[in-house]
Design a protein around this ligand. Structure first.
Ligand code: NAP
Length: 279
């Protein structure tokens, strides 16, 4: 089956996507962008009602947006949800994720560790496992939202970093096992993105710096581009960082110094020495 009915870059008409983490931030922006691109979208989050509230205006036809209250870290809940959901799925975006303020190694408890790994790593496997037959049938696309924290050491804490590095391994293994079945797997590794997850940091970044961060619609646009490329091309991994604050491998600093403004250029949002980094 051709999962690109139109075949045009940026066009998702006729496609059906499942997006986790759809009630906020990056996942919500992806839901909205997919709806605008013509897809039918099933959004998942524990606060399912927020998806309807936040994305309804992006779907002119009410039957193209469906919201589901699901905890992705609960394998039985994911399995039951997938069994109860009928119809094809050609796109799966796994964006659900979280972090906790008490994230330093000495603060992590076994219970917190298990919960972090359940949401941030196992939840993606549960969704992939539950939807694999339909993704195979559709020769579909899988997008996994990891983080630069999975590729470079930083301040986000060992549980978050272990989960995000685990996602990279899961995505690479899944891509290797499933490309022969026509499935494309793309991992997105964002740097710092202006979303509510930053408010769970021990020291949230100041509001006035956040305009310089990557914004959720930027990630959504990149995601859409990857999954609507001609099927012969697979964007296996993409790292997306804040141009003014980060670069490849330069994402660890909790308090980077923003660049000095060039003559005639104003970085009024920048206050040197304020904190930044991935979530
Ligand atoms: N913002 C950044 O700087 C940054 C950087 C790199 C990577 N990321 C990753 O990007 C992804 C999206 O995060 P965000 O920045 O957009 O944060 P966000 O605004 O806090 O959104 C997180 C989303 O995940 C959902 N979620 C959390 N736990 C869940 C669970 N157990 N079951 C189902 N859904 C759950 C939340 O919905 P409910 O609370 O309603 O369940 C929410 O929709 C995460 O994987 C995050 O690790 C973010």
């Amino acid at each position: 089956m051709n999962s690109h009915p139109s075949g045009r870059p940026g066009d998702m008409s006729g496609r059906t996507a499942v997006v986790s983490g759809a009630s906020s931030g990056i996942g919500l922006a992806i839901v909205r962008r997919f709806l605008e691109a013509g897809a039918t979208v099933h959004g998942l989050a524990r606060r399912g009602h927020l998806i309807e509230e936040q994305a309804r205006d992006a779907a002119p036809e009410a039957d193209r947006l469906h919201h589901h209250g699901v905890d992705v870290g609960d394998s039985e809940a994911v399995r039951d949800w997938a069994r109860g959901m009928s119809g094809p799925v050609d796109t799966l975006v796994c964006a659900a994720g979280t972090n906790i303020p008490e994230r330093r190694l000495a603060q992590l408890t076994p219970r917190a560790w298990d919960s972090m790994l359940a949401t941030n790593l196992s939840g993606t496997f549960y969704l992939l496992h539950a939807l694999l037959p339909r993704l195979r049938e559709a020769h579909g696309d899988v997008v996994i939202v990891s983080s630069v924290a999975g590729a470079w050491p930083d301040h986000t804490g060992p549980a978050y970093q272990a989960a995000k590095a685990g996602l990279l391994g899961l995505a690479r293994g899944a891509g290797r096992d499933e490309y022969g079945n026509g499935i494309r797997v793309c991992t997105i590794l964002p740097g710092i993105v202006n979303t509510p997850i930053l408010d769970d940091r021990p020291e949230p970044p100041p509001r006035e710096l956040r305009d310089l961060f990557v914004q959720p619609p930027d990630i959504a646009e990149a995601c859409l581009a990857a999954i609507t490329l001609p099927r012969r091309a697979c964007v296996a991994e993409m790292t997306i960082v804040a141009t003014a604050l980060q670069s490849m491998g330069n994402t660890q600093t909790a308090t980077p110094t923003p660049p000095r403004a060039a003559p005639g250029e104003h970085h009024s949002a920048v206050r040197p020495g304020t904190s930044s980094g991935p979530s």
